[in-house]
Design a protein around this ligand. Sequence first.
Ligand SMILES: Nc1ncnc2c1ncn2[C@@H]1O[C@H](COP(=O)(O)OP(=O)(O)OP(=O)(O)O)[C@@H](O)[C@H]1O
Ligand SMILES: [Mg+2]
Length: 543
Amino acid sequence: MANPRRQVLGLASASLVGGLAEAVVLVLVVSITLVATGQTEMVGPLPVLGVELSATHALVVAAVLAVANIAVHYVTARLIGRLGTSVQSESRTAAINAFLHADWNRQSLEREGRLHETVAVLSTNAAQATMSIATGVTAALQLTALMTVALLVDPLATLIVVVSGLVLFAGLRPMSLATRRRSAAFLDATGDLLTSLTRSTGMAMELRAFGVTETERLRLERQVRDTAERNRKMRVASRFGQTLYRDLAIAFLVGAVGLLYLLGPEDIGAVGAVVLLVIRAANSSQGLQVMRQQVSEWSPDVERLIERIDSLRADAHQGGSTPTDHLGAIRLEQMSYAYGDTPALEAVDLEILPGESIGIVGPSGGGKSTLMQVLMRLRTPTDGTVAVDGLDYRCVRDSDWARLVALVPQEPHLMEGTVRENAVFHRDGVSDGEIEHACRLAHIWDEIQRLPHGLDTTLGARGSGISGGQKQRLAIARALIGSPELLVLDEPTSALDAASEERLRDTLSDLHGSLSIVIVTHRPVPLSVCDRVVQVVDGQLGA
Ligand SMILES: Nc1ncnc2c1ncn2[C@@H]1O[C@H](COP(=O)(O)OP(=O)(O)OP(=O)(O)O)[C@@H](O)[C@H]1O
Ligand SMILES: [Mg+2]
């Protein structure tokens, strides 16, 4: 990635050089016209340089400068394009990193579709805003160059033009504020629409099964219309703000020419050059106004992008750094957890010995899943401690923790990809032998062998292509790869039939003693292999 400061400097120099070249070409064109119509003999004396040129020499200089201008504009376009691309990719990377590094509590609260919106919409518009600012800087510098030359040709006329331009620019501020307000409203509606769409995609089956597809369609259609309406309002403000400037500038020009007519100027050459420069300058300042409207349109995106990245960063996951080989005994002492102000677990004392299997039972909403998440270090206790072999578990190095502790969640997520990819799940150095061993332990190996391409069979979105029970067992195999010392299972049999449940019981008894197991379940079959059963009721532990 090129250094942005150098890019901006390059852009500024190119714009100044381009502006000067263009101004000189315009002055030369007027002067050559005067020679051609027989009003003067020579071109010049030229401003600053003070030299006189023959019409032929002046033509050659003008042609060279005109061609040079093409090169300058090519360089400018490249620099602006590069600046926009780097803003887009860097802000995307920053948003993705901030999300992935946020703690799980924060991630679980993230609105559906929000990261999608940040990466797809906000960072694209932030890049557009950057390119608009860069284009604006270019236009401002070109304008400066043009006005400098004009000032040398006719100071008074130029001053009048500059002051009028500034007044006009300041007078149009309400337009850019209106654009900004409307753009923020449009952005809110787009965000809501994306959230709804993500939700509908995930719930397509339920929508169909409950026969409410039509209601959902109408709801989404309303949102689309609302978004379109806000978009329309924003575009009208933005466009009108852009053209209004040009229209007012033309009105000013008419006034200025009228004034000129009344005053009766002496140097027709100078006036001609200034008029040309002013028209060109009006073009540049129109560019400035367009850029200002566009920046107003996109600045809410930039603000939100920064806000979101900062807020995710504020909730960054705090990992440990102590290298740890073994978990040993896991001890929860007076451990409490609250969701905000609502306590979910209170003063829990629990010891899990190496190789021990513990069943967790209790009524719905009692706090079992919360306890599993605290045990997994997905949520950190709001009070009390969890220690492994005497060490506060928050200190354990992240990579060690992930290897030593494995989870089979209540609703495992599988991804689009092969069975092998789902079993390995991004971890390095997993051999086929390990996969087979884990799949055999999870009692899914034979069924994988019967799939059309075995381990290389591709599963669809959310792991479609295998049954609910197979998904559950594949999730168990995924957890067993890497030989964890603690296996946490949250209601693993909820989707299983009696035969699958028997297979899970076999898995648990095969594993019994070789690692610690904590299993949340209401079923007697898996509980039968547990060394002891603990009840969680209203956030408290009982035997
Ligand atoms: N993300 C959350 N934010 C706020 N409150 C939550 C959250 N998750 C759970 N709770 C609340 O915490 C309490 C314990 O929930 P938890 O999911 O741990 O129960 P559970 O014992 O696993 O229930 P179930 O058997 O139904 O799965 C409940 O009152 C629940 O409403
Ligand atoms: Mg639960």
